[in-house]
Design a protein around this ligand. Structure first.
Ligand SMILES: [Zn+2]
Length: 148
């Protein structure tokens, strides 16, 4: 099983195991050891499903959460609580970091979410390229930009 990347903040005040609980004092939401293990297992399974280069990341913040990361791409599950500390995954959102903003898309399957986010990014890129070309031609026409 892949070791999850742990959240770097609050490392000086990590979650503490007390019986079934696994929760940091700064959180105090009663996060459980079972919930933590479910997040780690699902994160590892999702990283494996998406293939080489995907890394799981698990963190605590009013519950245990996870995502998988590869370069500028991230995939996070949409989860629905079933009661207690149990949840089910009912979709995925893929995020592409295109600084300064993100492009994201949600679908039932992580691969579909990634594909749709990538198509959105391509459409945005094509539009940007068209605007760049038009503005560059204006700059050339006005003599603001020299060809080299
Ligand atoms: Zn907690």
């Amino acid at each position: 099983m892949l070791d999850p990347i742990t959240e770097r903040r609050n490392l000086n005040r990590p979650a503490i195991r007390r019986g079934d609980l696994y929760c940091a004092d700064w959180c105090g939401c009663g996060c459980t050891w079972a919930e933590y293990n479910q997040a780690c297992n699902e994160a590892a399974a999702l990283a494996k499903r998406l293939g080489s280069g995907w890394k799981p990341r698990v963190w605590e913040n009013g519950g245990w959460h996870y995502e998988v990361i590869r370069g500028v791409c991230e995939v996070k599950p949409s989860r629905r609580r079933l009661g207690g500390d149990l949840w089910t995954v009912d979709g995925y959102t893929a995020w592409i970091q295109t600084r300064p903003q993100y492009i994201s898309e949600r679908r039932d399957a992580p691969e579909e979410a990634l594909r749709e986010a990538m198509l959105l990014m391509k459409a945005a890129f094509d539009q940007l390229a068209q605007s760049f070309n038009e503005s560059f031609r204006i700059g050339l026409d006005m003599g603001l930009i020299a060809t080299s």
